[in-house]
Design a protein around this ligand. Sequence first.
Ligand code: TYD
Length: 206
Amino acid sequence: MNPGRFITLEGGEGVGKSTQVKALAAALRARGLDVIETREPGGSPGAEAIRSLLLHDHRWPPEAEALLFAAARADHVAVTIRPALAHGTWVVCDRFVDSSIAYQGGAGGLGFDAIRALHAFGSGGFRPDRVLLLELPRAEAHRRAGDRDQGAADLIGGRAVDYHRRVTEAYRRLVEEAPDRYCVVDASGSAEEVTARLFAAIEDLL
Ligand code: TYD
């Protein structure tokens, strides 16, 4: 039996990740693969409990916020991701450690290395087989984020425009530092066009 593959989708707010996680998983199932869709923060009962602490309950100091994301991830990796991969199931995940690097490390000011150290401790430095980074022109990203239900904005999604600009910059810096670790995918156009680009970016793993 082939081991499953671990694919993550990354990007700032409003790039359409959640829609694309579903669409990409469906495209892989159509190829006969066993696939689960999951998300962060969350993806296991313990991590979902931490999700509500992070996104709705309380404003944490930056260090505590990073630790909670790392704790949620450690549970998600141990309880959901590693067992699925061991069964030959593919895992398509909405955000993973690169979100912590870009948000808490970059925009939050803790630095990339601090987040990597937490990930090394919490999850043994576990990395995806492929990271798909969805990118939109800034004006388009802003318009899409504004179109979403403002009442649904969480404590992090609802942060200032400047915070989200630093998130985007941090993702760009990650790609510059290690271009072979990221697959940058244009998120503009129809959902179907974007799914086709994402699929093309992982087809070699099939
Ligand atoms: P979510 O509802 O998944 O938002 P989105 O649709 O933008 O993916 O909420 C996740 C929020 O948490 C989002 O604002 C990004 C943030 N986040 C971090 O700050 N660090 C992380 O490590 C992760 C996984 C998410």
